[in-house]
Design a protein around this ligand. Structure first.
Ligand SMILES: NC(=O)c1ccc[n+]([C@@H]2O[C@H](COP(=O)([O-])OP(=O)(O)OC[C@H]3O[C@@H](n4cnc5c(N)ncnc54)[C@H](OP(=O)(O)O)[C@@H]3O)[C@@H](O)[C@H]2O)c1
Length: 317
């Protein structure tokens, strides 16, 4: 199996590398790519071996079986189709292709069956979308969803290496954020549209509808960047069509693969480095037996990105 990672030196790329190793993914040859902007030879370690990191351009694309992309939308748009042309199946972490009608957008536990034999390019959803839809998918088995409200608290690692640095340095000149994140929080992720929603909110709304196959789902999102190093948290309010009990919710989520229900108030530090999506603080609205509140936390670099992509690859193989 020839496997490549485009964007191998980034936060997601490095996490992919360690997850491939942890899970014993079948790799005979590994190719690591990054930009050509960094001077000098770069190497990353895989199974105790130093693997060179090469710059990648249109004219040096190798034949691969699986190419994992995590180098931003521009790189994916430009290079992913060329990798496919050269024989690879591409799993893309960027937002470049997610909302294209014919491109599957996949969380394996939810909708692996949308992938057809002929698909060569598969999109990995946004990090805060993945942890949300995984839980909603199991909840809707209890009763149809009438409406969902989510408020996110998103870690700085969600914005890559520069995002992480911005958390520690006041007035960081390379910050990807609109305002200082040092000792602050910012209720905006990505640019605002005319409707007042920012890019991340729109991703959560439209990607969730596509993955769940519920194009009319009444879902609202408010996304907040917080000075947390890693793992995204979400406050989720779900209105069901019928009454559901807390016990039913605990049972269905407790049995679901990839979800961990806990009374131990899951925090980002608890979820950091873990594969599971953690759910806690499950409670009902005082005025309705159809409305339930949950607290959902997951590692955005693992289930929110690298792990989900590798689970897709595993299922394809
Ligand atoms: N961070 C998350 O939680 C998360 C979650 C879901 C999806 N994603 C998506 O995953 C992608 C990577 O995110 P990240 O957090 O890992 O970012 P990052 O830490 O900033 O890393 C970016 C990576 O892309 C590479 N790169 C940049 N320009 C390139 C080019 N022209 N050609 C080849 N490689 C290039 C960089 O290589 P150099 O070392 O050479 O600069 C680096 O390896 C983004 O599309 C992001 O939206 C991220």
């Amino acid at each position: 199996m020839k496997v490549g990672i485009v964007g191998a030196t980034g936060l997601v790329g490095r996490t992919m590398l360690s997850i491939l190793e942890e899970r014993g993914f079948s790799v005979d040859e590994l190719y690591l790519f990054a930009s050509g902007t960094v001077k000098g030879r770069r190497e990353l370690v895989f199974k105790g071996e130093n693997i060179p990191v090469e710059p990648i351009e249109e004219d040096n694309i190798p034949y691969l079986d699986i190419a994992l992309f995590s180098a931003g939308s521009e790189v994916s748009r430009r290079l992913a189709p060329l990798f496919v042309k050269n024989g690879a199946i591409v799993i893309d972490n960027s937002s470049a292709f997610r909302m294209e009608k014919d491109i599957p957008l996949v969380v394996p536990e939810v909708n692996i069956d949308v992938i057809r034999k002929s698909d060569r390019l598969i999109a990995n959803p946004n990090c805060s979308t993945i942890q949300l839809v995984l839980v909603l998918h199991y909840l809707r088995k209890l009763s149809p969803l009438v409406r969902v409200d989510v408020v996110t608290m998103q870690a700085t690692s969600g914005a890559g290496r520069r995002g992480l640095s911005a958390m520690f340095i006041e007035g960081y000149s390379q910050s990807p954020f609109q305002k200082d994140i040092f000792e602050n929080l910012i209720p905006q992720i990505g640019e605002f549209s005319l409707d007042g929603f920012c890019e991340e909110e729109r991703k959560i709304i439209f990607e969730s509808r596509k993955i769940l196959g519920e194009p009319e789902l009444k879902l609202l999102a408010t996304t907040v960047r917080v000075p947390v190093r890693n793992a995204h948290s979400e406050v989720v309010t779900v209105e069901f069509e019928n009454e559901v009990s807390i016990e039913e919710i605990r049972n269905i989520l407790g049995d679901a693969p990839g979800i961990s229900v806990t009374d131990n108030i899951p925090t980002p530090r608890d979820a950091d480095g873990k594969d599971d999506v953690f759910v806690g603080r499950i409670r009902k609205a005082m005025f309705s037996d159809r409305i339930v509140l949950l607290w959902i936390v997951a590692d955005n670099l693992r289930k929110g990105a690298a792990l989900n992509a590798i689970q897709i690859a595993e299922r394809l193989l």
